[in-house]
Design a protein around this ligand. Structure first.
Ligand code: NAP
Ligand code: GDD
Length: 323
């Protein structure tokens, strides 16, 4: 039985990855953030399952800011594979919390790499990097060779972690890889990301609990995929024979406005009556033309997205309606 160690296990990706690995008969050890005390609904069903919890799934409170809180469970788990997903992951908030973002997202990755290097038995290491490392790139679509040039504090912190992951691979012989992840969504997405914010609001408007939806820049574009497809990609990177970085993306651009139209259409309402933009929600800097080329993942890992943007938004809207 293989053992996996997941940081950020209660987040969107962490919870889907835990399910995927348990289904593959892994023993899964995961860190959740101590200050939130395991409150996320994403893992509730697994915590409540006596056949799984404390049998093949083990959870530990920790903080990326405190190295001992990571070291002790990591040494106990003695994993074959480490998936480092924990992060201050909100780009907009990274402008308000610059230092915290760099500490948690940047230095947190360094701390974990260093702990991984010191393990008596080598473990394969995955770092959740981001398309935000490219900033507003001149080359489109972006791939593994696109220059790193972040324009947000979050992107800067991820760029630091990404470069260190390469350094630990090249200089210390660690099997360490970056998955350069473009946006991916699901009903488990954090509530302050734009897809979930829109789908929640649309369901609340339909139910008569909310009157309007206030957004930032609705012309903003992203390459949006589905989280379940992406966690499969993360796992594949650590099964590959050599450690390499991979872009995970759909290769298709959509606008925030497209999410609005799909979600309102799913509940048979006219978005024009409910949506307005507010300048205060526009970002100080917002990447443009961020769209990925996943050809390398397709060629070497056999990875391809299977769930479309529209299917994801409809699924998220329906999940909010029945919540
Ligand atoms: P997420 O839902 O925000 O999950 C991140 C997890 O990290 C949360 O459970 C959070 O705990 C935990 N965390 C935050 N600060 C921590 C700290 N100081 N110590 C310990 N744990 C801490 O993010 P996600 O969408 O699953 O994404 C997974 C990873 O991929 C992240 O690193 C993200 O930056 C990266 N990424 C995501 C996307 C995407 O589109 N989803 C794209 C590119 C890269 P709480 O639940 O208590 O806040
Ligand atoms: N959150 C939010 N709220 N975003 C809005 C809003 C709003 O009211 N209105 C417009 N937007 C725009 C943002 O300006 C951005 O251009 C786009 O919607 C997507 O915003 P988010 O959903 O917050 O995601 P993100 O692209 O900034 O960051 C996500 O993807 C990155 C990969 O590209 C996060 O998951 C990051 O962790 C990840 O690295």
């Amino acid at each position: 039985m293989k053992r996996a160690f997941i940081t950020g296990i209660e987040g969107q990706d962490g919870s889907y990855l835990a399910e995927l690995l348990l289904a593959k008969n892994y023993e899964v050890h995961g860190l959740y953030r101590r200050s939130t005390n395991g409150g996320s609904p994403n893992l509730k069903h697994l915590r409540a399952n006596p056949l799984v919890f404390q049998k093949t799934l083990f959870l530990y409170p920790a903080d990326l800011d405190e190295v001992d809180s990571i070291r002790v469970p990591l040494e106990k788990a003695a994993p074959d594979e480490i998936y480092h997903l924990a992060s201050q992951s909100h780009v907009g908030q990274s402008f308000e919390k610059v230092e915290e973002t760099c500490r948690v997202t940047g230095l947190g990755t360094l701390r974990l790499l260093e702990l991984a290097r010191q393990l008596p038995r080598p473990a394969r290491f995955f770092h959740a990097s981001s398309s935000e490392i490219f900033g507003s790139p001149e080359q489109s679509p972006q791939d593994e060779n696109t220059p790193v040039n972040p324009i947000t504090p979050y992107g800067c912190a991820k760029a630091f972690g990404t470069q260190l992951t390469k350094i630990y691979r090249k200089n210390f012989g660690l099997f360490a890889v970056n998955g350069i992840l473009f946006n991916h969504e699901s009903p488990r997405r954090g509530e302050n990301f734009v897809t979930r914010k829109i789908c929640r609001a649309v369901a609340a408007i339909k139910a008569g609990r909310q009157k309007e939806l206030v957004l930032g820049d609705t012309s903003a574009q992203r390459d949006w995929g589905n989280a379940r497809d992406y966690v499969r990609g993360l796992w594949l990177t650590l099964q590959h024979e050599t450690p390499e970085d991979f872009v995970f993306a759909t290769g298709k651009l959509n606008r925030v406005q497209d999410i609005v139209e799909i979600a309102f259409r799913a509940v048979e309402l006219d978005w024009r009556q409910y949506v307005r933009q507010e300048a205060a929600l526009f970002r100080a800097a917002d990447p443009r033309q961020v769209v990925g080329n996943p050809a390398k993942a397709k060629q070497l890992l056999g990875w391809e997205p299977t769930i479309t943007f529209e299917q994801t938004i409809v699924e998220m809207t329906r999940a909010e309606l029945s919540a």
